[in-house]
Design a protein around this ligand. Structure first.
Ligand code: MG
Length: 171
């Protein structure tokens, strides 16, 4: 496979759905951000694959199951018109078991890059935590930290919201 696909990797909580300040364990708390379809459409029209990369330690902790993650993902897909190309989630937590999947480790990214033939040089990560940015920096992806305040970060860029992050990518 030639590695010529460009991709925007997206963290889930706080990027695609509203950050509530606690782990989402109930579907009623899962709220895709307003305008998600329009925003992701802008990336899609420019030829980017859109891949969700999310830590979900609530599985290891017994707060919910894989099925809850798939249900949330179907809700996201419905709200964005099925623009998301793939989903990777890390079920582990260091209090239960160590995992190379869980960000800031990079294995979820490496799996996606191999499966989809992704060109790292043309690709981006958008996240709202430094642990989203660390694996991106290690792999050489450009990265955007979504933060309302100026933060010390390895991210190549910062933005206040998803819309602004996409503006940066498309500039
Ligand atoms: Mg997040």
């Amino acid at each position: 496979m030639t590695e010529n696909e460009k991709c925007v990797f997206l963290d889930r909580d706080g990027v695609l759905n509203e950050e509530l300040g606690y782990q989402i364990t109930d579907l009623k708390d899962f709220k895709p951000i307003k305008g998600l379809h329009n925003e992701l459409q802008r990336l899609k029209k420019n030829g980017f694959l859109l891949i969700v990369i999310t830590n979900q330690s609530g599985i290891a902790k017994g707060h919910y199951t894989d099925e809850f993650i798939f249900t949330c993902h179907r809700m996201l897909q419905k709200s964005c018109g099925h623009l998301l190309d793939d989903l990777y989630f890390a079920p582990g937590h260091e209090s239960v078991s160590k995992s190379l999947l869980r960000k800031p480790e990079s294995l979820m990214f490496e799996k996606a890059i191999a499966k989809h033939g992704i060109d790292i040089k043309q690709s981006w990560m958008i996240g709202d935590k430094e642990r989203d940015i660390i694996p991106a920096a290690q792999l050489g992806l450009k990265s955007i930290l979504i933060s309302s305040e100026k933060a010390v970060s390895l991210a190549t860029h910062q933005a206040a919201a998803l819309k602004d992050a996409i503006d940066i990518i498309l500039t």
